[in-house]
Design a protein around this ligand. Structure first.
Ligand SMILES: Nc1ncnc2c1ncn2[C@@H]1O[C@H](COP(=O)(O)OP(=O)(O)OP(=O)(O)O)[C@@H](O)[C@H]1O
Length: 460
């Protein structure tokens, strides 16, 4: 693009992402035909790559526009500048056509979500009022009723962007407009929310961006009868990040339940647990505590959530036995055996953890050990038992820990659904997909690459 001198432009900036500038001359020199001489709004002169210069609308409203399709230039700096202008005025929501962009306010805004606000958005045409998450929920509800078709709302964004909070707000609004068919005092929203501490204890962890990051995808399905009243709900979870059970990066943590059980006092003693620094699955990062969080209190909260969901005492005991067993399992280490490519348990300490893991899982300790140190290969002539080296034994141990944890999580979700009450014959549903947040690191692991590509393909 050729820019005439005096043209208002955006130029890429290492700290600000984009900076306001004005073209002085273009091209800067015959030897570099694509570069442009600009002067930034700070007065600094610069020569920039003309391919990274974008036009700027000098007449744009200083308060921003509520729908970005109204922008003269719908490019990255235009969008960012508009969102920033609105955010300065405490407008955290902006539309781009039917898409709602929400900026995390990191502050409580009760007036934004109270009953009065819900009344205001009820039945109002999308776009008639200021952008709001209730407008999205309302238009979805009305489309479901008038078209008699199920709807879904996709909530996506970076880790810590506010997806889970937004999902809760959508549920609150749907409960408000949909009521409950059976007149149950505990609303579906309440029931789904009451199960949250439980899901969070087992499926949330600290990441670099969020102390309470959901490490699983969640599809909350609100079911409606033919008159548009809520008749049930279900929570479907998927893609729990299992690698976290056995491997964590510095500054992150494993799932909350592990720290909670270590701080549970008598229960921790019963399961022969100690401070998290003593367990291989927890001490790969040195973050053991979260600011303002008492793990002992959280443990009681998780127990209470289990009571609410209707998990009986003996099942609760079995759940925490499994969690404790996972920690002991992670402390079983191996040394090379006498024979080539074989392994043996490393020392007395490891033998203690093996015995504990076996007792808690209610399996035979020597059988557990041989399962980890040997592999059975099925052949047409019969089974061949082959020893494995110590690194393969460690992989086997970690796979076992991840599998046990995955089964435990699925079992919990099944119980939550039984407690909430699904309507198998519902007429239509509104599904809210809270896809788990992607993270941007300098070097992204394959998991993050896959997560991000799923999030992007769902958005398209
Ligand atoms: N609308 C909002 N109003 C007030 N605070 C908010 C809002 N949205 C998010 N927050 C704040 O941001 C924090 C992180 O939000 P949330 O847990 O919803 O992020 P997330 O996108 O679900 O993250 P992750 O993908 O890591 O699970 C919340 O604990 C809350 O403090």
């Amino acid at each position: 693009m050729i820019f005439r001198p005096g043209t208002a432009v955006w130029v890429e900036h290492p700290d600000l992402a984009w900076a306001e500038a004005e073209v002085v001359s273009s091209p800067a020199s015959p030897s570099s035909p694509s570069s442009v001489n600009v002067v930034l709004s700070t007065g600094v002169k610069a020569v920039v790559d003309g391919r990274k210069v974008l036009p700027r609308d000098t007449e744009a409203d200083l308060g921003g526009v509520d729908d970005m399709t109204k922008l003269v230039y719908l490019h990255e700096p235009g969008v960012l500048c508009n969102l920033a202008r609105r955010y300065t005025l405490n407008e955290i929501y902006t539309y781009t056509g039917r898409i709602l962009i929400a900026i995390n306010p990191f502050a409580k805004l009760p007036h934004m979500y109270d009953m009065h606000m819900m009344e205001q958005y009820r039945g109002v045409q999308f776009g008639d009022l200021s952008p709001h998450v209730f407008a999205v929920a309302d238009s979805s509800y009305r489309a479901m009723v008038s078209e008699n078709r199920s709807q879904s709302i996709l909530v996506s964004g970076e880790s810590g962007a506010g997806k889970t909070e937004t999902t809760k707000l959508i549920m609150r609004y749907l409960t408000f407009v949909g009521g409950h068919a059976t007149g149950d005092i505990r609303s579906v929203e309440q029931q789904v929310l009451e199960s949250n501490p439980l899901l969070e204890a087992f499926g949330n962890a600290r990441t670099v961006r969020n102390d309470n990051s959901s490490r699983f995808g969640k599809f909350v399905e609100i079911q409606f009868d033919k008159s548009g009243r809520i008749s049930g709900a279900a929570v479907r979870t998927y893609l729990l990040e299992l690698s976290r059970v056995v491997q964590i990066s510095e500054a992150e943590r494993n799932y909350h339940c592990f720290y909670q059980i270590c701080a549970s006092g008598q229960d921790a003693d019963k399961y022969r647990l100690a401070h998290p620094r003593n367990f291989n699955y927890l001490n790969q990062s040195h973050v053991y505590e979260l600011e303002g969080v008492s793990e002992a209190e959280q443990y009681l909260k998780t127990r209470r959530a289990m009571d609410i969901v209707g998990i009986c005492f003996s099942d609760q005991e079995a759940i925490f036995r499994t969690v404790a067993a996972t920690l002991h399992l992670g402390n079983i280490d191996f040394s090379p055996g006498k024979e080539f490519d074989s392994s043996v348990i490393k020392d007395e300490k490891c033998k203690f953890h093996l015995q504990m893991a076996a007792d808690l899982l209610m399996v035979d300790a020597s059988l557990l050990l041989s399962t980890l140190c040997y592999r059975t290969i099925k052949t047409p002539e019969g089974n061949i038992v082959k020893a494995v080296d110590s690194s393969a034994a460690v992989i086997g141990r970690d796979t076992l820990a991840k599998t046990v944890y995955a089964r435990l999580f699925d079992w919990l979700v099944d119980n939550i659904n039984k407690s909430i009450g699904q309507d198998m014959e519902s007429r239509s549903q509104i599904g809210v997909l809270d896809i788990y947040g992607f993270e941007c690191f300098k070097y992204n692991r394959i998991r993050i690459l896959l997560q991000t590509s799923i999030a992007i393909s769902l958005m398209l």
